[in-house]
Design a protein around this ligand. Structure first.
Ligand code: PMP
Length: 384
């Protein structure tokens, strides 16, 4: 094929074409340095500017307050599943050898369950307040199991802001306000930790609601290889003894993410994406575009009169990952995927754990890409 495909992959995902072109222009000789970014010293002048600008642009985009540190780390969001329990709440009140900090988890789908499993491995006393049914989000705090009798104050409360596989997204209501009201106030002051891997920079976020935000870059803001962590600085310095250096936010913070060789080229690419998002008009504008895209797709599913179905509660339908099925005739799903691919619409297969189809329509998926998909869906319905 000579033409670029419309890529609905859940990640690594499509990147803005303007950004790819800019990277191509820079590839052999970055700003007359005589080198590619991937060949440069991570401590040299050119790369220092790249990483500092990337951070400054991200701070501007998301409105990150000064009392937060921005870290560029490695190991994906999966490494952060472990970093979170390693870093939070260990040195406060360690009085006995067997001390285990308590943490709370709201499990809304596959990724929050993985985060929970990792916390248990690290040795945190993890309390699951509620488990979702993969279609909705149990935000009714009155029904939560808050384990109030444990006598332990929670060190953090973990949520997944967007479950990439189930297509379930925390929307509208800030989880911070839910926490502040919950269970007679036992979560007041408890840092909220959010895995934003699949909706990072897709809409404005009130960063001060969170103690920690983390996200792999490969969906909304760049290529795989770099993981962004935004952590409130007063939470640093409470790391578990024996924490591997590469998972230690305090060490990363002290070294401006340059303790060791960082994923230089990925950071550079993220920097280009941040500049692009700013040039579009910032995250308010980005959210507006994303709403138009997912609205078109969900409307098409609704208007198909049951031919297509999205199992997710409309209140929490993700703007990023849209799962759908052909409920009356599941055998047709294979045909759908084959014909879609023949039409240049690729990576629409649902995650192996849930089946069906899933269209991931992150920031860089243009509206025209979604228009092509819905036009294909209508033709397919008419034909089959
Ligand atoms: N959390 C979420 C919400 C994700 O979508 C993913 C990746 N699909 C992960 C965590 C794991 O990320 P990584 O592959 O970067 O470790």
């Amino acid at each position: 094929g000579t033409e670029r495909l419309v890529n609905f992959s859940a990640g690594p995902a499509c990147v803005y074409e303007d950004v790819l072109v800019k990277a191509q222009e820079d590839l052999l000789n970055f700003e007359k340095n005589g080198l590619s970014v991937m060949e440069m010293s991570h401590r040299g002048k050119a790369f220092t500017r790249i990483i500092e600008e990337a951070e400054a642009d991200l701070r501007e985009l998301l409105g990150v307050p000064d009392e937060y540190s921005v870290l560029f780390m490695q190991g994906g969001a999966t490494a952060q599943f472990a970093a979170v329990p390693y870093n939070l709440g260990w040195s406060d009140d360690v009085t006995d050898v067997g001390f285990r900090p308590r943490a709370d988890y709201l499990t809304t789908g596959s990724w929050s369950k993985k985060a929970l499993a990792e916390a248990k491995k690290v040795g945190v006393d993890a309390n699951v307040v509620a488990t979702g049914d993969n279609k909705s989000i149990p935000l009714d705090a009155a029904a939560w199991d808050v384990n109030a009798d444990s006598g332990k104050k929670s060190k953090y409360f973990h949520v997944c802001a967007n479950e990439t596989i189930q297509g379930v997204e925390l929307k509208g209501l800030s989880p911070r306000s839910v926490l502040d009201e919950a269970a007679g106030g036992i979560y007041q002051g408890v840092p909220l930790v959010a895995d934003m891997s699949s909706n990072f920079c897709s809409k404005p976020v009130k960063v001060s609601d969170y103690g920690v935000i983390y996200a792999g870059a490969q969906k909304n803001v760049g290529p795989a290889g770099v993981t962004i962590v935004i952590v409130r600085k007063d939470l640093l310095g409470k790391v578990r003894e024996g924490t591997p250096t590469m998972l230690d936010w305090t060490i990363m913070d002290e070294n401006s993410s340059l303790y060791n060789t960082p994923p230089c080229f990925s950071i550079y690419m993220c920097g280009l994406v941040f500049k692009h998002l700013l040039s579009l008009g910032g995250l308010d504008k980005v959210e507006q575009i994303n709403k138009a895209k997912c609205g078109l797709l969900y409307d098409t599913i609704k208007q198909s009169q049951g031919y297509y179905d999205c199992p997710v509660d409309p209140k929490v339908r993700s703007a990023m990952n849209v799962p759908f099925t052909i409920p009356e005739n599941p055998d047709l799903e294979k045909v759908f995927l084959q014909e879609a691919e023949a039409n240049g619409l690729i990576n629409l297969k649902g995650h192996r754990s849930v089946g069906g189809m899933r269209a991931s329509i992150y920031n860089a998926m243009p509206l025209e890409g979604v228009e092509k998909l819905v036009s294909f869906m209508k033709d397919f319905q008419a034909k089959h």
